[in-house]
Design a protein around this ligand. Structure first.
Ligand SMILES: Cc1ncc(COP(=O)(O)O)c(C=O)c1O
Length: 407
């Protein structure tokens, strides 16, 4: 058999391991999976989609089934502009918003448009695995900025900028952050926008989970506070359904124009059918009708997992308290290694994502991410109990699970 490894590009070795592929593949039968940030299928509005999809195929095939302009179908962009005004209190100009094939594509477009090999960018520590992989493959020099319980430490970023760091952008997930579930408070949002404006640094705001606050309220987005310095990536994956592969990019017109130009070499255009589904569903008030029950479902799932963690976990395990989204972040006692204990967890019938892939440089060996979105509440309790027993066993016998270097 010929071997083509010699032909693989250098970037194939720079993007990191196969953690994301494994998450998307799902867990084997019998394993309760808390890995993926997958929306709960109960939130998929299937009846409405059934009707809208049939109508589009019947009456709108020439648009919905055709190629579309790179920046999106004009009526869909108009809808997204209206929606941006409704949700963020500021109306983007036409040149300030395009349709993308989801949040991940926007990250890839940002890499294409802004990153030359060796360019610095700043990221939260920890941050979204998919983004870190894309930045790695683009050969960015990702500089990790620490977080506390309230998210990005803007003072720490300020210190780095004062010391001469000039990143192409600062990538941040202000709400219910992936992987920590943390939310950036208003004063830090203002400080971050002011800081980046002062240094002429672009903020890359990822609002993947923003519409899924448990209480139904949200703080002003960074884009609404600083449309001159913020490029916002949004997605319908969590608030509608990921199969639609649709999102948006909103920000300074020159950046948005470069993203639209880069899209010529990715997929050329987002799928027309998905674009029109979002528009028709949204114009008919679908999001307003359905999101309250989705928020209530995730709030209830979090309450169930939080109670189960409290009930089952050893005392010296800590976790974050998200106020929206799908994710919580666990910190185990120093010396435990979440990569090393993963096989034992799988054998016990529970799956999580270990912390290191969320860190530039693979730190955080005693951390892990749990998603509470798609298991049922009784399953969340069982999953927490199984995980707690594995952690308890690892604590009792640290030596086999301890790796040199600790956390
Ligand atoms: C923070 C964040 N950004 C972007 C994405 C990718 O979203 P999409 O499905 O729209 O590509 C995800 C998916 O989990 C995410 O968690």
């Amino acid at each position: 058999m010929p071997d083509f490894a010699h032909a693989f590009a250098r970037r194939t070795r720079l993007r990191g391991g196969d953690e994301l592929t494994a998450i998307l593949a799902g867990s084997p039968p019998g394993v309760l999976s808390m890995t993926g940030g997958f929306p709960n299928p109960e939130t998929f509005p299937t009846d409405e989609l059934d009707e809208i999809a049939a109508r589009l195929v019947r009456d709108d095939a020439a648009v919905a089934l055709q190629y579309t302009p790179c920046a999106g179908i004009p009526s869909v962009r108009d809808y997204l502009i209206d929606r941006q005004e409704q949700l963020h209190g500021r109306r983007p100009e036409r040149a300030e918003l395009i349709v993308t094939s989801g949040g991940m594509e926007c990250i890839a477009l940002m890499c294409q448009a802004l990153i030359d090999p060796g360019d610095a960018i700043a990221v939260e520590a920890p941050s979204y695995l998919g983004a870190l992989m894309a930045f790695g493959a683009a050969e960015a020099d990702a500089v990790a900025v620490p977080m506390d319980a309230d998210g990005l430490l803007v003072d720490a970023l300020a210190a780095r900028l004062a010391a001469g760091l000039r990143p192409k952008f600062v990538y941040t997930i202000p709400e219910y952050q992936n992987p920590t579930g943390r939310t950036l408070p208003l004063d830090r949002r203002r400080e971050l926008v002011e800081l980046c404006r002062r240094y002429g640094v672009l903020i890359f705001e990822d609002v993947a989970y923003r519409e899924l606050s448990f209480a139904g309220t949200s703080l002003p987005s960074l884009w609404s506070l600083g449309p001159d310095v913020v490029l916002q990536a949004g997605t319908f994956s969590k608030s509608f359904f990921p199969g639609v592969r649709l999102g948006w990019a909103a920000g300074p017109a020159d950046v948005v124009a470069e993203l639209a130009a880069a899209k010529q070499t990715t997929d050329q255009c987002a799928g027309g059918l998905g674009q029109r589904l979002v528009e028709e569903y949204g114009r008919a008030g679908g999001f307003e009708r359905h999101l309250p029950s989705a928020r209530a479902l995730y709030a209830s799932h979090w309450a169930a997992l939080s109670a189960a963690l409290t009930r089952h976990m050893p005392d010296d395990v800590a976790w974050t308290e998200p106020t929206g989204g799908f994710l919580t972040w666990l910190t185990l006692p120093e010396g435990l290694d979440t990569l090393a204990i993963r096989p034992a967890a799988q054998a016990a019938g529970v799956a999580y994502v270990p912390g290191p892939p969320f860190h530039v440089g693979g730190h955080g060996r005693n951390t892990l991410r749990l998603s509470f979105s798609h298991l049922t509440e009784p399953e969340l309790d069982t999953a927490a109990e199984r995980l707690a027993s594995v952690v308890g066993a690892a604590l009792e016998d640290r030596s086999p699970f301890t790796t040199a270097g600790g956390t």
